[in-house]
Ligand binder design. Sequence first.
Ligand code: GCU
Ligand code: CA
Ligand code: CA
Length: 187
Amino acid sequence: MCIRDRISSSAAPVVSSSSVIIPSSSSVASSSESGNVNTIILQENQAGFCAVDGTIDSNNMGFSGDGFANTDNAEGQSISWQVNAQTSGPATLEFRFANGGDPRSGDLSVNSGANGTQPVTLANTGGWTDWATESVTVDLVQGLNNIKVTATSDQGLANIDSLTVTGAGVSAVSYTHLRAHETSLHL
Ligand code: GCU
Ligand code: CA
Ligand code: CA
């Protein structure tokens, strides 16, 4: 879960200001670095992954991490992530996906469209256990960035195994402290 979801769903419990926790860069997502450009791999159930309109599954082999994000097969279903960037500028997003059906189309938006929206098509990969990658370039702002892919056909998105982000000082946003706190408060 990401901070945006916490804010939008925080009709709920009031927490005293002393319990607010500042998000920190994560050591959970794997990372490599060259100059100030580095690469992080975001996996379901780890830092940087926010939500899927559907399920996290592991029935189709060949995925990395714990499984893959499987949207429900309907238009408007989405998957979202959050990353921090040290400076504004271009970044490459590489989606690893599988698709045993017709091409699945979607709109990729960064920061709710403020930093661009572009169509992505996730082609048939030969089967639900055959994985491929699709890369796009986007502009990130300095600080927190929301990345979201929303299905534009009634079949939903392809199954997404991971999102690899390469950019200037990118890091996955970790909310493990917040989650631990939520658990202890039964929020
Ligand atoms: C199959 C496959 C799912 C996939 C679905 C779909 O049921 O096993 O992982 O998400 O097709 O059509 O989207
Ligand atoms: Ca699906
Ligand atoms: Ca995965």
